[in-house]
Design a protein around this ligand. Structure first.
Ligand code: PLP
Length: 396
C-alpha cells in the first residue's frame, strides 16, 4: 500500500484524494454528479470497458471510488478492495445474498442488529437459506452449529446494547475450519478499535452512516474484503442497484477527514463516562468493555488497540417510564436520537427501539429491561457530560 509507512490517522487525511483525469489539484475532490460518461467513438467505448473505466454510474463513479479507496486504506491491505452502498443494510444484504446461496446455512450471533436478523429471517428464508443463532461469546457453540452446507458465519464485534465482545480470531478459525466465509459488522468498533480482517475475518462491513460520516446527516455502507471476494459481491450490488450516490460518497469522505479526532475523543470520553456511571449510586449496572467487571474485558484488552473499547455503552436504572421521561427531559444537551456515532452524545432506549419486537420474556432473559439506556458518546468536554448525567440521574 502506498501509505504503509504512515500512521492510520495521517492516512485518513490523505487517502482517496486524487481521481483519474484530475489536473487542477483541488484540495477537496469534485463531486462527479453524473449518471454516465460520454464516449467519443466505439474505440473509446471498447478501451474504457476493457480497463474498467468510467461509463455507467451505477457501476463506477470517480467520487465513489475515492471513498472506496479511503476505506480500503483504513480497514484493509493492498490485496483488499471495498464496495460502498446506499446504507449499511445495503452492504449487509448484498454480502449475505452473495455468499448464502440457495439451500445454504448461516451461523449467526444471536446478538445482532435487528434488521440484519429481519433480513436473515424474513428474506433469506425465501431462498431456502436457514440461519442458526448462537451465542458467539463461546466459539465452541459456533463450531457445534456448523453444518456441511454452512456458507456464512456472521457477527458484530461488539453487540448492541449489552456491548458483548467476541474473540474475532477464534471465530475466524472456526468459520474457516468449516469452509465458511466469516462476515463481520464492525460499525461499533471502527478501524480505530480493531481491523477484523487482520484477525482473520473475510468481509468487514460498516454502516458508514455512523462513525465514518460522523455527523448524522447521511447514509452509507461498506464491505471490505480480499479482491476475489469483492468481485463476487460487486455484481449483486450492480443488480440490486444499491451503490452509494456521488454526493453521499463525498459527504462520507469529508467525514472521514475528522474521524481520527472525533473517534479518539469519543472513545476516551466513553471510558471515562462508563467509570463515572459505574460509581453513581443511582445506576444499577453499566455495560462497556473498558470496565474490569465486563465479562469480556480481558478479550477486549487483548484484541482492541490502545485501550479503546468503542464509544457505545449502556446502563441500567429503575424500570419506571415516568422517571425515565423525567430523566430525559432533565438532561441539558444529551438527546434521544434513533441512530449513533455522531459527534454529539445521544441516547436511545433499546426496549422502545432496537428490541421493541423481541418478546418481553426473551429480552428480559438477555438483560434488556425497561430501565436500560444506551449511550452513543460524543466529543463534548467530559466534565460537561458527566455533570449533565449526574444532575439528570438525581430523578431516580
Ligand atoms: N449495523 C449496525 C451495527 C447498526 O447499528 C446499523 C444501524 O443502526 C446498521 C448496521 C444499519 O445501518 P444503516 O442504517 O446505515 O443501514
Amino acid at each position: 500500500m502506498r501509505n504503509h509507512d504512515l500512521s492510520k490517522d495521517t492516512v485518513m487525511l490523505y487517502s482517496g484524494g486524487i481521481s483519474e483525469g484530475d489536473s487542477l489539484h483541488p484540495e477537496s475532490p469534485p463531486i462527479y454528479n453524473t449518471s454516465a460518461f460520454f464516449m467519443e467513438d466505439l474505440t473509446t467505448l471498447r478501451d474504457t470497458d476493457a480497463r474498467g473505466g468510467y461509463s455507467y454510474g451505477r457501476g463506477t463513479n470517480p467520487t465513489r471510488d475515492l471513498l472506496r479507496q479511503a476505506i480500503t486504506e483504513a480497514e484493509g491491505t493492498a490485496n483488499d478492495d471495498t464496495l460502498v452502498f446506499s446504507a449499511g443494510m445495503g452492504a449487509i444484504s448484498a454480502t449475505l445474498l452473495t455468499f448464502a446461496k440457495a439451500g445454504g446455512h448461516v451461523v449467526a450471533n444471536k446478538n445482532l442488529y435487528g434488521e440484519t436478523i429481519d433480513f436473515l429471517n424474513n428474506y433469506l428464508t425465501e431462498f431456502g437459506v436457514e440461519t442458526t443463532y448462537v451465542d458467539f461469546r463461546d466459539p465452541d457453540e459456533v463450531r457445534k452449529s456448523m453444518r456441511p452446507n454452512t456458507k456464512i458465519v456472521y457477527s458484530e464485534v461488539i453487540s448492541n446494547p449489552l456491548t458483548y465482545v467476541i474473540d474475532v480470531a477464534a471465530i475466524a478459525r472456526t468459520a474457516h475450519e468449516g469452509g465458511a466465509v466469516f462476515c463481520i459488522d464492525s460499525t461499533f468498533t471502527t478501524p480505530f478499535v480493531m481491523k477484523p480482517l487482520e484477525s482473520g475475518a473475510d468481509v468487514c462491513l460498516h454502516s458508514l452512516t455512523k462513525y465514518f460520516n460522523g455527523h448524522s446527516d447521511t447514509f452509507g455502507g461498506s464491505a471490505t474484503a480480499r479482491k476475489e471476494l469483492i468481485a463476487k459481491i460487486r455484481p449483486v450490488m450492480l443488480l440490486l442497484g444499491n451503490s452509494l450516490d456521488p454526493h453521499n460518497s463525498w459527504m462520507i469522505l469529508r467525514g472521514m477527514r475528522t474521524m481520527p479526532l472525533r473517534i479518539r475523543k469519543q472513545m476516551e470520553n466513553a471510558n471515562k463516562l462508563a467509570a463515572f456511571l459505574e460509581s453513581n449510586p443511582r445506576v444499577l449496572r453499566v455495560n462497556h468493555p473498558s470496565l474490569t467487571a465486563h465479562p469480556q474485558h480481558e478479550i477486549a484488552k487483548k484484541q482492541f488497540y490502545d485501550g479503546y473499547n468503542g464509544a457505545i455503552l449502556s446502563f441500567s436504572v429503575a424500570d419506571d417510564f415516568k422517571l425515565l421521561d423525567m430523566f430525559m427531559r432533565t438532561l441539558r444537551f444529551v438527546k434521544y436520537l434513533p441512530t449513533l456515532g455522531g459527534y454529539r452524545t445521544t441516547l436511545s432506549h433499546p426496549v422502545s427501539s432496537s428490541h421493541q419486537d423481541v418478546p418481553e420474556s426473551v429480552r428480559l432473559k438477555m438483560g434488556i429491561h425497561d430501565g436500560m439506556i444506551r449511550i452513543s458518546v460524543g466529543c463534548e468536554e467530559i466534565a460537561d457530560l458527566t455533570a449533565d448525567f449526574e444532575e439528570a440521574l438525581k430523578v431516580f
